[in-house]
Design a protein around this ligand. Structure first.
Ligand code: ADE
Length: 240
């Protein structure tokens, strides 16, 4: 499954050693010849539960191979919803810890493993995946692109939607050549060469888009007095 990581920006970063990703198969830590790692839930109910012991052995084995302490993140729909500040925090964790992304399957993991070995539980969205692997790849991708050298232009992650440099707003719209496409022209201001006017326009568009597409983000956006004024004006427009 993790073959997907070897493409594009992430693939290049792995090849250049800007980050390292390894994986361990929990079945290698099973204590029976059938390599069983799950069992029926106590109290009954559908599905199977992953046993604590093989997972604990795997996590301890990973720790024994590393000089930094583990930071174990269990990917689960019950975790804290991952947002950009959480991604930044995980990136910063990497300087002192190994991130161990624990991917569950089946109905879940024995609660005692979560209580004793997991440092945080992380969800990538309010929907249920059939396993944590895709969620782990989402985390790896989002964290990796913040690492120095992974994106060609070191400032491009800063301008992203949600980023703090972008004040927690969505990104402004982008255009490239040609100037006219199927009768639609690039906004004049972007051709003006007036950098101040361009900045103002982009800022306004970021506000307008966020108001239209993700108004919830405005509650926690860090806005200047001028931006609040623009927003009030835009909200006024909407109510007309
Ligand atoms: N595993 C299953 N569903 C998940 C989700 N939404 N986020 C993270 N891990 C998961």
């Amino acid at each position: 499954m993790f073959e997907a990581l070897h493409h594009g920006v992430l693939g290049r970063a792995l090849k250049n050693g800007l980050l390292q990703v390894r994986w361990w198969d929990v079945r290698d830590y099973a204590d029976n010849k059938h390599r069983t790692i799950d069992d029926k839930p106590y109290g009954g109910g559908p599905g199977m539960v992953m046993m604590a012991k093989p997972l604990r052995e795997a996590i301890r084995h990973i720790q024994a191979q590393r000089d930094k302490p583990n930071w174990v993140v269990y990917l689960s729909p019950q975790g804290t919803l991952l947002k950009q500040p959480g991604v930044v925090r995980l990136k910063e964790k990497l300087s002192t810890h190994n991130l161990v992304l624990l991917c569950g399957r089946y109905e879940g993991i024995d609660e005692r493993l979560i209580m004793s070995m997991v440092d945080e539980e992380c969800s990538i969205g309010d929907y249920v995946l059939s396993g944590g692997e895709f969620a782990a790849m989402v985390v790896i991708d989002a964290v990796a692109r913040l690492l120095p050298g992974v994106l060609g232009d070191s400032t491009s992650a800063e301008a992203d939607s949600f980023s703090s440099a972008n004040k927690g707003l969505l990104e402004y719209p982008q255009y490239t050549r040609p100037e006219e496409d199927e009768g639609m022209r690039v906004p004049e201001v972007l051709l003006s060469g007036n950098h101040e006017a361009i900045l103002r326009w982009r800022n306004r568009m970021a506000l307008e888009r966020t108001l239209k597409k993700r108004p919830d983000l405005l509650n926690s956006a860090q806005l200047s007095a001028e931006e609040k004024e623009i927003l009030a004006e835009l909200t006024g427009d909407e109510n007309e």
